[in-house]
Design a protein around this ligand. Structure first.
Ligand code: ADP
Length: 473
């Protein structure tokens, strides 16, 4: 143990981040942002970081100057000296869609991601890059800890490598038919309750949870919630079995992208010192949307339109919201039933609600800047970026007390309700509308929100502590 801390003191900790998505190479959701931003922040703190991801069709070889190392590995550079390894297999990865296409999930996802895990482990041996920590993310990397603790456990090269598994959303587990187990080249004893078996199927995330040294999720509250039946998605038992090794670290926010002082998409830049310019954004945005330029509070929402995001509460409460002294703008795409519901309400209250059913980066920035309140009534939320972005834009979040929302939103900086139903949601809405009348109190909350710092450097420091804990176990 002493030698580990001696090495940490000299900042020569070596970390390999494994993720099936990494910004800017391949992105579907927040996982890519984490896997792109965390390595850069760790590098700024002096650590030796590498990344491994599959080489998908969407990875632009010439833009990122990929160099071929072997038939199965290409390489690019990120930041000052981060090595990014791309695991190549054209049959598996050179196709549309990271995980699936318009017909659904790719049928060979088990073959694809088990190949990625095995090749990543081969690669570090072949290049003699022995990380102290392999930082795995989500089910696609779940087999890495499994192979390290089984097939590779007697190989001296791999012996001291420790694994951290970050769960970004427990609802996605990588579940496959048991008949595919033979493809994994694992001893059949591992297909059992103490291994990868889950209701007679293979569960790759479960494998990762059972065999990694440390598990973390993306907020402290979500780390506790996943131990419960309500939020545990069937894995609360496996998680509870190692609960002393389960931690929560909030994701950071990329302030290069989200900063009203230099945001290129908004009408007028502003900061804490020029906060009155936020209201120029509101007025111009109301004009652009054809909403009355009234002094009513503007409620914004930018979200996937899914039940997880509280769209059932929006559905139940939107009529009452529209009948009140408030305006609403919603940007999102997702489930058809919510598209229809929002289209209908926008037809009924055209002067009160403006609905945009698409993905639109520029409009999202305008909503964060122009709104007074950001609606985020998610039923569960591992971390959540929307509330952190809205703080930075002086927009007060209205949220359900869950996961990362519980860790960031309170009555000191927004509006939070703690029972998930329409009445409590609308109660929080009415509190926001009435507080908005009190300009002095409102402005104090806005100023507080604008002062928060959810930078990646802060999160990376916490990850460093987690790596240290992992090495000392
Ligand atoms: P999740 O990753 O679960 O969807 P988060 O709150 O962590 O939720 O992150 C969502 C991110 O995606 C936010 O930055 C939000 O602004 C953005 N976003 C969601 N929907 C849209 C959309 N339709 N157009 C533009 N940006 C969107």
């Amino acid at each position: 143990m002493g030698s580990v801390f001696y090495r940490l003191g000299r900042l020569d900790l070596k970390i390999l981040v494994c993720s099936s998505e990494v910004f800017p190479y391949a992105k579907i959701g927040g996982l890519a942002d984490v896997a792109g931003a965390l390595p850069l922040a760790l590098e700024r703190q002096g650590f030796d970081v590498s990344i491994a991801l599959p080489r998908y069709k969407c990875v632009d070889e010439s833009k990122f100057k990929l160099k071929k190392i072997s038939d199965t590995v290409s390489y690019a550079a990120l930041g000052k000296g981060i090595k990014v390894y791309f695991i190549v297999n054209d049959a598996y990865f050179n196709r549309e869609g990271l995980y699936g296409d318009k017909f659904g999930d790719h049928k060979d996802n088990l073959d694809r991601f088990s190949f990625y895990c095995r090749e990543t482990l081969n690669l570090i041996k072949e290049t003699d890059f022995k990380p102290d920590i392999i930082h795995c993310n989500d089910w696609q990397t779940g087999l890495i800890p499994v192979y390290l603790k089984s097939n590779l456990k007697n190989d001296v090269f791999y012996k001291d490598i420790r694994t951290v598994l970050t769960i970004h959303n427990l609802a996605y587990q990588g579940i496959f038919a048991k008949e595919e187990f033979t493809k994994l080249s694992l001893d059949e004893s591992l297909f059992g309750a103490e291994g990868l078996e889950f209701y007679d199927k293979i569960n790759l995330l479960k494998g990762g949870i059972v065999f990694s040294d440390v598990v973390n999720t993306v907020s402290s509250t979500y780390a506790k919630e996943i131990l419960t039946e309500e939020f545990g998605c069937g894995l609360n038992g496996s998680l509870s079995a190692k609960k002393e090794n389960i931690f929560g670290i909030l994701n950071g926010l990329d302030y290069e992208i989200w900063d009203p002082e230099k945001d290129k998409f908004i009408f007028k830049n502003y900061s804490l010192k020029t906060i009155e310019d936020k209201y120029i954004n509101k007025r111009k945005f109301q004009e652009e949307l054809g909403l009355e330029t009234s002094k009513q509070p503007l409620f914004g929402m930018v979200s996937r339109l899914a039940q997880q995001k509280g769209l059932d509460l929006i559905d139940e409460g939107i009529e009452e919201i529209c009948k009140n002294s408030a305006q609403v703008v919603i940007l999102g795409t997702g489930e058809k039933r919510y598209h229809e519901m929002l289209e209908n309400i926008a037809k009924k209250y055209p002067n009160k609600i403006s609905v945009h059913l698409k993905f639109d980066e520029s409009l999202a920035h305008k909503i964060y800047a122009a709104s007074d309140v950001f609606l985020m009534p998610s039923h569960y939320e591992p971390c959540g970026l929307g509330q952190m972005i809205s703080f930075k834009y002086g927009t007060l979040p209205l949220a359900f007390k869950t996961g990362g929302l519980a860790d960031t939103v309170s009555s000191d900086n927004g509006f939070i309700f703690d029972i998930y139903n329409k009445d409590m949601f609308l109660d929080a809405f009415h509190k926001a509308v009435s507080l908005y009348e009190d300009k002095c109190k409102w402005s104090n909350l806005v100023k507080r929100a604008l002062g928060y710092n959810f930078s990646w450097d802060e999160s990376a420091r916490k990850y460093t502590d987690l790596y240290k804990k992992c090495l000392s176990r």
